[in-house]
Write a protein that binds this ligand. Sequence first.
Ligand SMILES: Nc1nc2c(c(=O)[nH]1)N[C@H]1C(S)=C(S)[C@@H](COP(=O)(O)OP(=O)(O)OC[C@H]3O[C@@H](n4cnc5c(=O)[nH]c(N)nc54)[C@H](O)[C@@H]3O)O[C@H]1N2
Ligand SMILES: Nc1nc2c(c(=O)[nH]1)N[C@H]1C(S)=C(S)[C@@H](COP(=O)(O)OP(=O)(O)OC[C@H]3O[C@@H](n4cnc5c(=O)[nH]c(N)nc54)[C@H](O)[C@@H]3O)O[C@H]1N2
Ligand code: SF4
Ligand SMILES: [Mo]
Length: 892
Amino acid sequence: MTVPVSDATVKTTCPYCGVGCGVLASPDGQGGAGIAGDTEHPANFGRLCSKGSALGETLGFEDRLLHPIVDGARVTWEGALGAVAGGLKRIAEQHGPDSVAFYLSGQLLTEDYYVANKLAKGFLGTPHVDTNSRLCMSSAVAAHRRAFGSDTVPGCYEDLDEADLLVLVGSNTAWCHPILYRRMADAKAKRGTTIVTIDPRRTQTGEEADLHLGLKPGSDTALFSGLLVHLAGQGAVDRAYVAEHTAGFDAALERAHTIAPTIAATAAATGLSEADIGRFFALFTRTRRVVTCFSQGVNQSAQGTDKGNAIINCHLATGRIGQPGMGPFSLTGQPNAMGGREVGGLANMLAAHMHFDNHEVDKVRRFWNAPNIITGEGMKAVAMFEAIARGKIKALWVMGTNPLVSMPRADAIREAIAGLDLYVVSEVLATSDTARATARKTVLLPALAWGEKDGTVTNSERRISRQRRFLKAPGEARADWAIMSDVAKRLGHGRSFAYTSAAQIFREHAALSAFENEGTRDFDIGGLADLSDRAYDAAAPVQWPLTKRGPDPRKGRARMFADGRFYTFDRRARFVAVQPPALARPATAEHPLILNTGRVRDHWHTMTRTGKSQRLSAHRAVPFVEIHPDDAACYGLTEGGFARVTTAHADAILEVAVSDGVRPGNIFAPMHWSDMTASNGRVVALVRGVPDPVSGQPELKATPAAVEPVAYRSRGYLLTRSALPAPTGWWWTRATVQGGSGLIFATQDGSREVALALRGLFPAHELAEYSDHARGLYRLAAYREGRLMACLAVETGERRPDWELAKQVFAAPEIEVADRRSLLSGRTQTASVGPVICACHGVGLDVITATIAAGAGSVEQVGAACKAGTNCGSCIPEIRKLLAPALARDAA
Ligand SMILES: Nc1nc2c(c(=O)[nH]1)N[C@H]1C(S)=C(S)[C@@H](COP(=O)(O)OP(=O)(O)OC[C@H]3O[C@@H](n4cnc5c(=O)[nH]c(N)nc54)[C@H](O)[C@@H]3O)O[C@H]1N2
Ligand SMILES: Nc1nc2c(c(=O)[nH]1)N[C@H]1C(S)=C(S)[C@@H](COP(=O)(O)OP(=O)(O)OC[C@H]3O[C@@H](n4cnc5c(=O)[nH]c(N)nc54)[C@H](O)[C@@H]3O)O[C@H]1N2
Ligand code: SF4
Ligand SMILES: [Mo]
């Protein structure tokens, strides 16, 4: 699905994950664009995953917020900016500046983020600026700072190519960082790199690994403590490195001894077998080139910072850091998680990796010429929303994040927001759950989206890349930095916010990073402080630091700490004596299971963008919960049926997926569905979110929960050309399909009532119907001028009717006679493709299994026969899994 690259092709960066792939966008002149991977970008060398490849399908204007809105009524920009500035001023005067808070996002561009941080921390004078990165990376940041004295990612992507052992901790890399995963798979093919996964759930990444360690949730610190003890016992500690470049080794080792003194003790603490632990420890001990990648299974934990340090301890002990093919590697989630950290978007940072000692506060104050510089940390996300609920914070500005679908205990967040005096949301969508929440005064500000805005992002390997504009601004949408600068002007700070371009903001940000920085701060991009507008426009991706003092100020650095010097006062790294694992609270009779949450391959967070793509909506169309077969049997749940999942905070009704990939006693549900896309699928409302004591990052992977079966009388689907609401009281979820919108529903009504409720939706249509109400069956196809406008199928509650065939017929430009019949009979004339596996080419499960049955014996042969897996490759792990039984049969 490579798209021809036109003259007007623009080089930009993917707006999804922290891999930060280069994208070539070729606008079609009608608001759309062809998308291809940028072969020159060092993150992806031309590859894109399923989400990146489908970016062209997400550019439409449906549901876009196109005009400012105050309390539900459209207003001019003048009116909206006046409402924001007036409200902020009044509230700050009455209740003090710290009654104002900002909640930002790792998806903002660095320039937007810089302006928000400067406005709040320097001019409004409120420290309460936090970001969704608190839910994402803050434990990694805290672990880095404890170990290195700075928030520095030591390595680079080449280390993944050059490692002999890759340890993936709490990371479903194959689905969440697919292009890095492909680099890892290449390394395995090329140099035989061994891959070990550590995750209570056997994910697609675990399926592919050489060794999968399905440990007890939360027990990572025990595993890595056991490893540290083992390394010491085997004489594998690099004593010279430890003596020369580190401090705190003895205390950390002593603590590790109390947590996991032996392999047997490690096995008891983690629930793993001694044999598996032995294999992992032996691999780590004898392999010098080890990269340990970690993401949310580590960070989103009540003990996330200690988990990070337990990992880093093992790398410091072996001196495996800052050298090719080795190091701890925090995989960042959002496209600009790193940029946010650079500008100081977190409540416990100031700006440019500076903190709250008097000296640094004064530096920032002088550089900004700031009248109201803050002097201490603000509240972190969870505490900030609690302060809103208590009425301590009275004004909140949310930008680029959807907390009603991503904060733990999200129902309480909605209630808290309702009590605000001023609630400002800068958004791209008018219909996001967060944009639809209301307070005493609610202001919606239309922001530019990807493709319309201009600026920079920093990926997981410290590489700064440009996001470039290739589309016109729709409606009255404006850049976030421009909106904030206008508010600043109305508050009397015009001189300090007289920005006219993203380039100008970037130069200021670069200059601040170098300001009175004599090599004491890692983040220094002073070499870019004098970029001309033209050079900024043309800037190629580059890794920081880029100091003015270096031999070539425009040349970045791939690896940090190669010289063994860190950013602590004595330039030594620190070992951290970690706490014993704080396992998820023991199961109670009321909530006997542990709910884990995370992601699926083709959706991005709250689906405000991937939900627009029919390709990306096909892989997983329904909110679901994964449960082990033993637990399913115990609680009376069946594959494809429904479960009510209940926690102390909320409940949800999800489709059941029985899988031995989850541990007994654990369940897993993806975070993506919202009130916009499902009736009862907002999983975040269930999550408890206990914060890590060091970083404040909430636990999102372990909430005590209960399940019970839910039965419906009827289940069905409705395909329509535009989205229609479901009748109240029904269970429903919505997915974009080719040519329209799909509603999947379940109800206590019988097929007769469903028919009555829905056939009236198609008044001026020619209706073809089939009904057998005695058996609970009903089908309808609605035509207008020969075109299929809707199709509906209802069956009894045991199972969801398969909609793959109907989707194929609905997508076709013309309808065949045989298809008309099959829509009503539900029987297949044309072969159904089955549930989609390959999103790029729309190849379904049935086609792939048929291809394998016909003799295709490798991923390549499957691709040659049916194209599956030949574009982005995100589905290759799934194809390999389908091949495994056939290959095993052949081998036997
Ligand atoms: N397709 C897709 N890709 C994405 C995103 C997306 O929404 N969709 N979002 C991006 C963002 S912002 C982020 S932060 C990343 C997240 O990327 P990942 O961290 O890879 O994704 P998650 O699914 O949140 O969690 C990873 C794994 O942690 C495991 N886990 C749970 N508890 C524990 C534990 O106690 N120990 C260990 N070792 N593991 C545990 C879970 O079972 C899960 O498989 O993905 C990025 N990429
Ligand atoms: N239970 C559970 N909860 C989780 C997680 C989990 O694993 N489990 N993961 C957590 C993690 S790691 C993350 S990163 C968060 C993500 O959670 P969110 O940040 O809430 O998710 P998004 O859907 O990415 O929200 C981005 C919002 O910004 C809007 N937007 C897009 N572009 C722009 C722009 O240019 N300007 C502005 N102003 N708005 C824009 C989008 O329409 C969308 O509403 O979720 C967290 N919550
Ligand atoms: S791996 Fe996929 S989602 Fe991540 S940046 Fe690359 S193309 Fe985008
Ligand atoms: Mo994230």
